[in-house]
Design a protein around this ligand. Structure first.
Ligand SMILES: [Zn+2]
Length: 173
């Protein structure tokens, strides 16, 4: 989920501090106790791409299951910089909660269907049960099943799923 490092400055005593939150929340001043100080700056730590000493890349992101800490899922090693950037962008679409009327695209929608199953192991046919629901979200797309399989593959690349055997998947993150 979204994970932010917020910077605060107390307008009463001038004290400055930082805190990590899943939103750009207000905080209380640890120095003088003034309440509801708004963040002056927010850095998004939901997805982090790092170059490793052996010149590969790692992508870390905070999964939907994270609550009180980012619980980063780390994908490593990624040899290609463009691929690392692409995975980071995909991971980013999963880290921001879906706001009503504003969706984060196919990946987040298929991930939500998988979570909705509430099963640790599931089959492709079970995800296909959401075909009609996804069709109504994307009325222009006639290849919903293909799209579902493609997103499941992407969720595997992001270490959120593993393929057990043909047509069976296991939820990881
Ligand atoms: Zn203060």
């Amino acid at each position: 989920m979204a994970w932010l490092r917020n910077k605060y400055e107390c307008d009463k005593c001038g004290y400055g501090w930082e805190g990590e939150w899943s939103c750009a929340c207000d905080d209380d001043c640890p120095q003088c106790g003034a309440q509801q100080i708004a963040a002056v700056d927010s850095q998004d730590l939901s997805v982090i791409v790092e170059e490793t000493p052996d010149r590969n890349f790692s992508v870390s992101f905070s999964p939907a299951s994270a609550q009180h800490s980012p619980d980063y899922i780390r994908i490593y090693p990624i040899h290609d910089k463009d691929r690392a950037a692409m995975l980071a962008q995909k991971a980013h679409s999963l880290c921001n909660p879906t706001v009503r009327g504003q969706r984060n695209g196919w990946l987040a929608d298929v991930r939500d269907c998988v979570l909705d199953l509430e099963k640790s192991t599931f089959t492709l046919d079970e995800v296909y049960q959401y075909e009609r629901q996804l069709s109504s979200l994307y009325p222009d797309n006639r290849f919903v099943r293909e799209k579902i399989r493609q997103q499941l593959q992407m969720l595997r690349d992001l270490n959120l799923l593993s393929f057990v055997d043909s047509g069976r998947y296991c939820l990881l993150g």
